[in-house]
Write a protein that binds this ligand. Structure first.
Ligand code: PLP
Length: 434
């Protein structure tokens, strides 16, 4: 389609697209590009976990993994997580099957019990100031981070993302002005959903936020995709732990990760890296809820993943499965939409991530919800429009998160054919005022 179509040409194109849409709808597809789940083929890569201990439950410190205790995690899992998150084992706690749950627990305990006893509870400070606890939310971002805030009544302040990471001028100004801003959500590498890797300058400025923020401010540094590359020379993420240690702000930083997209999703192990004082305070609170994590699974993971070189070989095998899927998705967008304009404006734009699990597509402003509805009615499920923003309010109504990891190549191709068609159809019909 070229620019400056006459109304008649536009009408003709709309009829053509509608016919194609009806034909596709008649195929009664049932395809899903919603969640970034690993595919069965990826999960198969870690099946060796099952039975790997072969009856040997002894941990490095001589303890029995089958028994209670060990709230900080077993020593060998702390060592592996320390190498993964680039710090020392003393700054690591290894938890259960979900980093999201750890984040939820960290937020709830800071909110109601405090990070250093009841006096430091965020909610107490907010009540005394007659205000609300707030979090900065670089957006687009991860819907489940925002859901934690929404559920707990924490006010969310969206902050724009750019190619280097979140807008740091804005973030610094906001935290300086409001001591009730108690946290920020960051996915610093291959961000969910826009694939951005924070630049060194952004990470360095993040590490200094603790100096200008109100008391007990915490950066939730969700490094969920640290080793999840799709390219040969992956970009490097600066080490926020080292930078904040140098700036004496490590108390303000909670680095989080998990093996969910390394081994078995939802059946892996999770970790936090932060100051030893933070870990001790959090362990005291966690100990009320549990007598310890699943140490058998931690041990299984250490036996299987062994060390960073072994883990990286596994991640290459994931990449071999994932990369063709990303290529299929991107090639459908390139073929279907690249260079296409309507009356001078591109039909959409999209990211080319170097790692992670998502491609972010932007429709022309105001069309994301229409495109998602059209594709759904034609049998292709997409993440609901708006879900990449706090309270599901995408101000431009343009973001659509595409997740190609779970479906097969054939399914991605079929789904993208529908998607491309729906983007053009929605844009043309809006131009026609329909
Ligand atoms: C940024 C991010 N953090 C955390 C998670 C969930 O991790 P876990 O399975 O360890 O709870 C996801 C899953 O999609 C994610 O994208």
């Amino acid at each position: 389609m070229n620019h400056l179509l006459t109304p008649q040409q536009l009408q003709a194109r709309q009829q053509e697209l509608r016919q194609q849409y009806e034909a596709v709808s008649a195929r009664k597809l049932n395809l899903d590009l919603t969640r970034g789940k690993p595919s069965t083929e990826q999960l198969n890569l870690s099946d060796e976990l099952d039975g790997i201990l072969a009856g040997n439950y002894k941990c490095a410190d001589g303890s029995d993994a089958r028994n209670y205790g060990g709230i900080m995690g077993i020593p060998e899992a702390r060592k592996l997580a320390a190498d993964y998150l680039q710090t020392i084992p003393a700054r690591i706690m290894v938890g259960g099957n979900s980093s999201l749950q750890l984040m939820y627990q960290l937020v709830t305990s800071a909110l109601s019990q405090g990070v250093r006893g009841g006096e430091s509870a965020w909610s107490k400070e907010a009540a005394a100031a007659n205000g609300k606890v707030k979090f900065l939310c670089p957006s687009p971002g991860y819907d489940r981070h925002f859901a934690i805030c929404e559920f707990l009544g924490i006010e969310m302040i969206p902050v724009a993302m750019n190619a280097q990471g979140p807008d740091m001028d804005k973030i610094e100004a906001l935290v300086k002005a409001d001591p009730l801003i108690k946290g920020i959500w960051c996915v610093p590498k291959y961000a969910n959903p826009d694939g951005v890797v924070y630049s060194h300058a952004v990470v360095a400025r993040m590490a200094l936020l603790g100096k200008i923020a109100g008391a007990n401010f915490r950066i939730f540094w969700d490094n969920a995709y640290a080793e999840h590359h799709l390219v040969d020379n992956p970009p490097e993420l600066a080490n926020i732990i080292a930078l904040s240690e140098a700036a004496d702000t490590l108390d303000n930083v909670l680095v989080i990760g998990s093996t969910s997209k390394i081994t078995h999703a939802g059946a892996g192990i999770s970790f936090i890296a932060t100051s030893e004082a933070n870990l001790a305070a959090f362990a005291d609170q966690l100990n009320i809820a549990t007598i310890g994590p699943d140490k058998i699974n931690q041990l299984r993971h250490v036996h299987f993943l062994k060390d960073m070189p072994t883990l990286r070989v596994l991640m290459q095998r994931h990449r071999a499965i994932l990369q063709p899927k990303f290529e299929a998705l991107l090639s459908a967008l390139d073929k279907g939409l690249s260079g296409k304009t309507l009356n001078g404006k591109a039909l959409g734009s999209w990211t080319r991530p170097q790692g992670g699990y998502f491609v972010l597509f932007d429709t022309q402003p105001g069309l994301a919800d229409t495109v998602v509805k059209l594709t759904a009615a034609a049998g292709v499920k997409l993440t609901p429009a708006g879900s990449t923003w706090p309270l599901r309010k995408d101000p431009a109504n343009s973001n659509i998160r595409l997740a190609p990891s779970f479906p097969s190549l054939k399914e991605i191709e079929a789904a993208m054919e529908v998607f491309v068609l729906c983007v053009e159809l929605a844009t043309v019909e809006r131009e026609l005022g329909q």
